[in-house]
Design a protein around this ligand. Sequence first.
Ligand code: GDP
Ligand code: IMO
Ligand code: MG
Length: 420
Amino acid sequence: MSVDVLLGLQWGDEGKGKIVDFLASHYDFIARYQGGPNAGHTIYLKGEKFVLHTIPSGIFHHEIGNIIGNGVVINPITLLSEIRNLEAAGINVKSKLYIAKKASLILPTHIELDKASEQKRGDAKIGSTLRGISPAYMDRTGRNALKIGEIFSSNFIEKYNSLRDKHLEMISSMGYTADLSSEKAWIESLELLKNYSFIDCEQYVNQQLQQGKKILAEGAQGAMLDIDYGTYPFVTSSNTITGGVCAGLGVAPQKIKDVYGITKAYCTRVGSGPFPTELHDEIGEKLRKEGGEFGATTGRPRRCGWIDFVALRYACMLNGVTKLCITKIDVLNNFEEIGYCNKYKIGSEISHNMPSYLTDDISTPIQFAKGWNTDITVGSGYDHLNENVKNYVQLIEEKLGVKANLVSVGPGRDELFEIN
Ligand code: GDP
Ligand code: IMO
Ligand code: MG
């Protein structure tokens, strides 16, 4: 069968976890293809909150396999602690988690390198999650990475020591002192992870497809954080877009069918870097408050602004979005009017397309749609919703040229409308 993809169209935190959890029952497997514990995917089940960092968001369903793919970077401490939290909540992780042997490891010294590098950048820091993501991907590209499948080989510790020592030299040359206090827990966690299922991801995934199984590839971060197409250098270190799925799972492009693109009804960003529609005023503050916009991984306040159709059109183009999901529309319940940006003003020029670089001379003329000033409840059905809500959804569809498939109005699994 085929692979569908679900990914973020903005700067992350679009509500991917919630939507994957909702769609999961239509699939046999959910597979993460990139990123690592920089991700924080929130799922509410019967009022209980779970935040997943490495484990795919299909884990709450019976009978669905959850694959951590080749393209993911794994910190064994974080992964084991996630597994334990889920097991404590009564979820049988062992029977449905599959870890790609070729996934790369995040070492304790990768985290220290991340910290040292951010410290060295000073005011120009990326605002990384300090989870060691960039140094781990650098080692992968530099052909130095330790793969998680290597934990079964007899010289693993030797290889680990050699890479750690190399990192320590780098860290010390940066004038930073490394904290290695997590090393013992890191090695112990890997030992315990040996009890879980390891797979040759590319072989396994293709065998499952041949047997008629359906896979949903779950993205982390968002299109505007993509290493090649995002707001470089203020990006993450992997290909977050649909193109990343083929490399991250080992599937051919012809196997990919639908692409679910997730956008908030407004926009947020956490960390440094350009954000054309950011609001520095009380409206931005109100969005943060009503939307509970604080990072799921780091707890940092998220920067907030109006929806940006220029950036979203670019993200739809890059990803080949066939199904649009709009989340957090309920956060706009108490706004008289809702701003949107459909074009950038770059110097004296107007552009409807994303420029190569987001420079400081870009301004964003904001237009306004009517608010609805009322609560949205799922009970009444989409057709009975306030006209202004439906008009706003239609505006988004028109500006992006993609039909909305799901409109989410709350954090719970069933707080959403399936339309069309
Ligand atoms: P992800 O990284 O894309 O999975 O998103 P996060 O979990 O980091 O952030 C999304 C936040 O919004 C989480 O706290 C979700 O519980 C919450 N959320 C998701 N969808 C909705 C929605 O439609 N309405 C509201 N109010 N909250 C939502
Ligand atoms: P999910 O999957 C939002 C941001 C960081 C920083 C930049 C680089 O939950 O949507 P990194 O640690 O990757 O080197 O940080 O990317 N970032 C995210 N922002 N959601 C995420 O994941 C993010 N993962 C990384 O804040 O600006
Ligand atoms: Mg998140």
